[in-house]
Design a protein around this ligand. Structure first.
Ligand code: SIN
Length: 536
């Protein structure tokens, strides 16, 4: 088994991971170098698919201010946003944008070379930066990958999973075990800074806008090692995924299309948002999602529609080239036809409990981006705050790590050694479970019972079924291949979401229980206990 040492290991190559790796390489003293590991290719991540953009409160945007942004974030968060975190992140936003620009990220500009700002739901002003029209994530990811590749001494492992954290008897994370599934090879990596930037959990649901890689790996890994996780019941469903094609992984129709004035309508062109919220199409995401879901249930329709026909074709194509291209592939001209849309799992507000600088409850372990839960999003994320959080948490992590000694002089104690020996010696069962069937069942179960509308009975059915699936799966530790590792992680997250959802006997933000349709204001005043350590 290979054995190596690094000053820092970044797991995940989305915007948070890439930015942290580049900045660490530039600013920190790394006597043992830096490694970035990624599950497929360096360029592949959930961030890559972000369309709408990145919030930033820029001094040149005279209509905006940090206080307005903080207020919008807190309102959307439905009583659970940590106001101090929101303030911190908002105030850092302009600085991270400048630094990202120095690393090669270009945001869209107008004919006078001024940054363009757009609007999305629940924002009181236009403040969202975008790139390539509606290809913000793709453009940012490309720029950061290009910069990273130019730094030849940042080591990259592709097709590699993090499968276990190395933790000593004092609960300090000292590295991790990785698994290259192409080579079927495990490696022991020692490091004083393991940084999880592994993204969210979208693939837990039958319908999601997230790519195949989004299987909650970092969150499950940290939880199994005993790190505290938080807000696990809060899954955000995006209201408008493209409802054509028969794939569970759905193409996103950005909220920015509604920001540019598109309306939600039924098949006859009749609007319905006025029945649900006076902010209409630009109400917070959880409200729009439930409104669409309700309309679909009332009418039995598989989807509703987005009417963007007020935007002429050339303008639509220029502003939303990616969406335009996909619509045209399905013979839809957004300037003439309604776009069929339905809700889909999109973002995870829960995750590994962290401070803004990525520190977790476990020394030596850090988490940034969607895998982390800083408290910014509360019960419902404000649109385009996610890339901002990725960037600010990466920035702050490096600011704090650069003052630390990142030399690698651990002595492995018995506990660490035991974990290493286990991976060296354990042989795995050759008889493989039907992972595809278990995964399909799990995704359907989560969509039907732990989705947009929840209740006690559905959650209890889900709990029992997940227990059954875990028994069928039967791999607690070393797994035979990538699919098994991913399923193991998804089962862990599913169990946690259900447990947290059963405990929250109220409706708040993205967690809606029809048996408790109101907010629990007494619990709010005592701040419901929102985190947990591993049991046992
Ligand atoms: C979108 O473009 O609608 C998604 C943006 C986000 O998830 O914040």
């Amino acid at each position: 088994m290979k054995h190596s040492k690094y000053s820092a290991v970044v797991v995940g190559s989305g915007i948070a991971g890439l930015y942290a790796a580049i900045k660490l390489h530039k600013e920190a003293h790394l006597p043992n170098g830096i490694l970035i590991i990624t599950k497929t290719k360096l360029i592949e991540s959930n961030s890559k698919y972000a369309q709408g953009g990145m919030v930033s409160v820029m001094p040149e945007n005279k209509l905006d201010s940090c206080s307005l942004h903080i207020e919008d974030t807190i309102k959307a968060g439905a009583g659970l946003t940590d106001a101090k975190v929101a303030e911190y992140i908002s105030k850092r936003s302009a600085q991270v944008v400048k630094e990202l620009q120095n690393f090669g990220v270009d945001f869209d500009r107008d004919e006078n070379n001024q940054l363009k700002f757009t609007k999305e739901a629940a924002h009181s002003v236009n403040r969202i930066l975008h790139a390539g029209g509606d290809a913000t994530g793709f453009c940012m990811e490309n720029a950061l990958v290009k910069y990273l590749i130019s730094k030849k001494d940042i080591k990259v492992y592709e097709q590699t999973l993090a499968v276990e954290l190395l933790k000593n008897s004092k609960n300090i994370c000292q590295g991790l075990i990785t698994y290259n599934y192409e080579e079927n090879e495990y490696e022991i990596i020692e490091s004083p800074a393991v940084i999880l930037a592994t993204g969210g959990v979208g693939q837990l649901y039958k319908y999601t806008t997230n790519p195949d890689i989004t299987t909650g790996d970092g969150i499950a890994l940290a939880y199994r090692a005993g790190a505290i996780v938080k807000d696990m019941e809060f899954v955000q469903f995006h209201p408008t995924a493209f409802a054509l094609g028969d794939n569970g992984t759905m193409f996103l129709i950005s909220e920015a299309v509604r920001g540019e004035g598109a309306k939600l309508v039924d098949k006859n062109g009749k609007t319905f948002m006025e029945k649900y919220d006076k902010r209409l199409e630009l109400a917070p995401r959880d409200i729009v999602t439930r409104a669409i879901f309700n309309e679909m249930q009332l009418t039995g329709a598989k989807n509703v529609y987005l009417d963007a026909t007020h935007i002429n074709e050339l303008k639509f194509e220029k502003r939303f080239p990616t969406i335009y291209g996909t619509c045209r592939e399905y013979n839809i001209n957004p300037a003439e036809n309604y776009i069929p849309v339905s809700p889909s799992a999109h973002y995870y507000m829960g995750g590994i409990k962290t401070k803004v600088d990525g520190t977790t409850s476990m020394e030596g372990l850090y988490a940034i981006g969607e895998a982390a839960c800083t408290g910014l999003h509360g019960a419902n994320r404000l649109a385009s705050n996610s890339i901002l959080e990725c960037a600010v948490t990466a920035f702050e992590l490096v600011e704090s790590l650069k003052n630390k000694n990142l030399s690698n002089n651990f002595v492995q104690d018995e506990k660490t050694q035991k974990t290493i020996n286990f991976y060296k010696e354990e042989t795995i069962k050759t008889e493989h479970q039907n992972v595809d069937a278990i995964l399909k069942h799990l995704k359907e179960l989560m969509w039907d019972k732990v989705g947009i509308i929840r209740n006690q009975q559905k959650l209890e059915v889900a709990k029992a079924e997940i227990e059954n699936l875990k028994e069928q799966f039967a791999f607690a530790y070393k797994c035979p291949n990538r699919n098994h590792y991913e399923l193991r992680n998804l089962l862990t997250i599913a169990e946690l979401i259900v447990e947290f959802a059963l405990n929250r006997k109220e409706s708040r933000g993205a967690h809606f229980r029809e048996d408790y349709p109101q907010k629990d204001l007494i619990a709010e005043s005592h701040q419901l206990s929102r985190s947990t350590r591993m049991k046992g």
